[in-house]
Each structure stands twice: as structure tokens, then as C-alpha cells.
Design a protein around this ligand. Structure first.
Ligand code: ADP
Length: 427
């Protein structure tokens, strides 16, 4: 509005006689633009002399551009001011400078802004009132949305909380979860599956170990009871001690085997700790270790290693697995029997076969001999053992991504084949 008034007043300036500059008097300012009694003012200067002033400004000397301007537009040569008018009304004025007929002309137009200020005041109080209401409303809506969107997660965590070590067989019902949480539920379920298996393996191992160690401990106790029952000769005591020592030796062997099994089952030994290992060297070392036993039992041991085969693995546990197979082949053999160890490449795998001419294995035992502490009846009656050797072989094979298989029949000898992925095939 202020600009429109400025343009109007600018349009009233004209020349008279082609020389003097004039501005239409107030009487002419009728119709389109009427200057009211107060609140709207203008002044026109040529140089420093006042050319025209609106009749509404009763004191023509009243300064409509006091103090510092609020803003300045250098391109348009305009200055904006805010001031208090002659009737104490709030005013806003604009000063515009230009050159007309080589004369500097200055127009100042002012208008009352109390209505605008009132509107600003009203808007401010409206916002002050409405803002807290809006904020509270948004907070309540956000809480409702958060509660609603978190409900599936709460549902999920409630299902999870219901599972502990006491009911590891429980699962999170994936189909009853929100769509986005179903994959997570599946992942949790497979984690629970693995945990349950590990827990059960641990529990079984402990139970089996306690059960198996009870028998030799009972033997030791019985031996001690007998020795203490009455006066005995030194030779009798020595015999009792020898018996106890033999039982303890067996227990120590069992405990070492159990420790190896636990190490394998707990995942302490895994691919991250594997290195390139010559499986041929492991087989060679194991046969050298088994040789004294073979000689003692008069068993001929033949070893055939066609080429050097490298696998990714743990040298000690691989040697131990091969030693278990070769010692068994000697142990469950007849005096004067034969054991053949051969390492070949088969379908991109290293295949170690340990065959013997021993007592053989019944069909129903073939699956079970890899179970912890399981010993076939024929073995129990003829040889001492822990029933842990083949469990270790199987655990080593699995940890290395391989497998163990058995063939043979009672009285016809046995043949165990351990296959392992070759390092170059795995790379
Ligand atoms: P252990 O030899 O201490 O009994 P293993 O786990 O090594 O324990 O073997 C488990 C069982 O498998 C043996 O008790 C025996 O019945 C059977 N077995 C293993 N190797 C042979 C073999 N070469 N010939 C016949 N039976 C075997």
C-alpha cells in the first residue's frame, strides 16, 4: 500500500510552463486517492524546499523520516522508517529520491499501521495459545503411533523372554509375528536350535563322562578296600597298587580324550585356526607312533603314501585321528595279522584307508561305534579301551569338512576311510 501511495504521489508531479515543477494540490487528490485527516501523509521536496505536503499533516514541519531507517534499497533509492505520528499513531514511512528536470526530488509517504500491528498482535497471541495445544496433540499422536508400531517388537520380546536354558526346545512362532520380524524370528530360532544342540551335547558329555568314570573309580575303591581289610604282605600291596595304577592310567587316557572331544565340540578348533598342513606327514607320523604296538602284537604294518597331500587343518588333531584308526586296526587284529594304510586322491579329496585283518565289525555296530563310549561286545571282551577314539576321529573329520566311513564284517577284518578336502581344491 505504501508503495502504491508513493507511486500515486510521484504521478502528481509535473512541470508547469516547461520550467517549474509542481505537485497537484490536495483538492485534486480526490477520487482514486483521498488523503484522510490523519494517518496518511505525504511530503514532496525539491532540493531542500518543501514543494507540497498533505493537508492531513497539520504541522508541515513534522519529521516523517526520523532516526535510522529500517531498511534501504539503493537500487530504487528508497528508505523505510517506523515512527510515531503527530497523533501518537504508529506510522511507517517511505522516502524516495529521484531527479526530475535536473532537480533532486524527494517524496515521503507515510501511513498508519495500527491495524497491521493489531493483526500481528492477534496472530502472536493466537500462535501462543494454539502452539502448546498443537504440541500436546502431536505428542499424544506420536505416543500412540510409537506404541502401535512397537507392539510387534514387544510381542516378539515377550516370546523371547519366555525362553531360557530350561526350555531351549521352545521356539518363537514366526508366523504369528509381524511381517518385518519374521526373518528375525527365523534367525533366532536357528540360533536357538544351535544352542539347544550345544547344550545337549554338553549335558550328554558330562553325563557320559560321569557314568564312565564311575566304574574305574569303583574299581579303585574296591581295590583299596581289599588292601585295607586285613594285614597283607608287601607283595600283595604292590599288586593292589599296580592294579590301581592301571585303572588310573585308563582314566587319564579317557579324560584326555574327553578334553580333545570337548575342544572339538566347543568350536575352539575351527577353520579360522587352520593352516596349510601336509596330511601325508600326519599319516607318516601316526604310523611311526603306532609301529611299536604293531611290533608288540606281531602285526605287519604297510604304509603307502602316493603323493604329498595338503589340507587346511590342525596338524595335531589330524595326527591324533589317524593314530586312533591305526591303533584300532592293530588292537582289534589277530597276532600275525596285517594292517594296510594307504593315502590316495579320490574325487578331489584326500582319502586315507586303514584296513586290517582283525575281528571285523557287526552290521548293527557300524553306526554306533562313532558314539561316545560305545564299544562293540566283541571289543569289550578282548581289548581295553575308552570308546572315545572313533568319536574323536569323527569330530576331527567333521571339523575339517571331511567324513569317516567303515566297511567290514565280523571275522572279515575292517576298513576305515577318512576323507578330507584338499587345500588346493578348497582354495
Ligand atoms: P576303543 O577302541 O577305545 O574301544 P573307539 O572309539 O576307538 O574306542 O572304538 C569304538 C569301538 O569300535 C571299539 O570298541 C570297537 O568295538 C570298534 N572298533 C574300532 N576300530 C575297530 C577295528 N579296527 N576293528 C574292529 N572293531 C573296531
Amino acid at each position: 500500500m505504501l508503495h502504491a501511495n508513493l507511486q500515486f504521489v510521484k504521478g502528481l508531479i509535473h512541470t508547469h510552463d516547461g520550467k517549474n515543477i509542481e505537485c497537484e494540490s490536495d483538492e485534486f487528490i480526490q477520487g482514486d486517492y483521498v488523503i484522510p485527516d490523519s494517518g496518511h501523509y505525504y511530503k514532496v521536496f525539491i532540493g531542500e524546499s518543501l514543494l507540497s505536503v498533505s493537508s492531513s499533516l497539520l504541522d508541515p514541519d513534522f519529521n516523517l523520516t526520523p532516526g535510522e531507517p529500517l531498511s534501504h534499497d539503493p537500487k530504487m533509492q528508497e528508505w523505510l522508517y517506523q515512527l510515531t505520528g503527530p497523533n501518537d499513531e504508529p506510522l511507517r514511512s517511505i522516502r524516495h529520491e529521484f531527479t526530475y528536470m535536473d532537480q533532486p526530488v524527494r517524496i515521503v509517504v507515510a501511513e498508519e499501521i495500527s491495524a497491521s500491528l493489531r493483526m500481528v498482535d492477534q496472530l502472536t497471541s493466537y500462535f501462543l495459545l494454539i502452539t502448546p495445544v498443537m504440541i500436546s496433540l502431536i505428542a499424544v499422536i506420536s505416543l500412540i503411533i510409537a506404541e502401535f508400531s512397537l507392539r510387534p517388537v514387544q510381542h516378539f520380546s515377550a516370546a523371547l523372554e519366555g525362553i531360557s536354558h530350561k526350555n531351549l526346545e521352545a521356539r518363537i512362532p514366526a508366523d504369528r509375528q509381524a511381517k518385518e520380524l519374521r526373518r528375525l524370528a527365523d534367525k533366532f530360532n536357528s540360533l536357538l536350535e544351535r544352542l539347544q544342540r550345544a547344550f545337549e551335547a554338553e549335558k550328554n558329555l558330562l553325563g557320559d563322562a560321569a557314568h564312565e568314570l564311575k566304574t574305574p573309580l569303583a574299581v579303585i575303591k574296591a581295590e583299596c578296600d581289599i588292601a585295607l581289610q586285613r594285614e597283607r604282605s608287601a607283595a600283595d600291596h604292590a599288586a593292589s597298587l599296580r592294579n590301581v595304577r592301571n585303572v588310573v592310567k585308563g582314566m587319564l587316557f579317557q579324560i584326555n580324550s574327553l578334553l580333545t572331544l570337548t575342544r572339538l565340540a566347543s568350536g575352539l578348533l575351527d577353520a579360522s585356526s587352520f593352516a596349510r598342513t601336509s596330511f601325508t606327514d600326519c599319516v607318516e607320523d601316526a604310523t611311526v607312533l603306532a609301529e611299536p604296538l604293531a611290533r608288540k602284537k606281531n602285526i605287519a604294518l604297510s604304509v603307502s603314501l602316493s603323493e604329498d597331500m595338503t589340507v587346511l587343518g590342525d596338524e595335531d588333531s589330524l595326527t591324533e585321528a589317524v593314530l586312533n584308526l591305526v591303533e584300532n586296526a592293530v588292537k582289534y587284529n589277530h597276532p600275525g595279522g596285517f594292517v594296510a594304510v594307504s593315502l590316495t586322491r579320490r574325487d578331489g579329496m584326500a582319502a586315507l584307508t586303514v584296513s586290517d585283518t582283525g575281528i571285523g565289525i557287526a552290521e548293527e555296530d557300524k553306526e554306533r561305534i562313532f558314539d561316545r563310549f560305545y564299544r562293540a561286545a566283541s571289543a569289550r571282551s578282548s581289548q581295553e579301551g575308552s570308546g572315545l577314539g572313533l568319536s574323536i576321529v569323527q569330530a576331527v573329520a567333521r571339523t575339517h569338512g571331511g567324513a569317516i566311513m567303515v566297511e567290514g564284517q565280523p571275522g572279515g577284518g575292517s576298513s576305515f576311510t577318512l576323507t578330507l578336502p584338499l587345500a588346493e581344491e578348497a582354495a
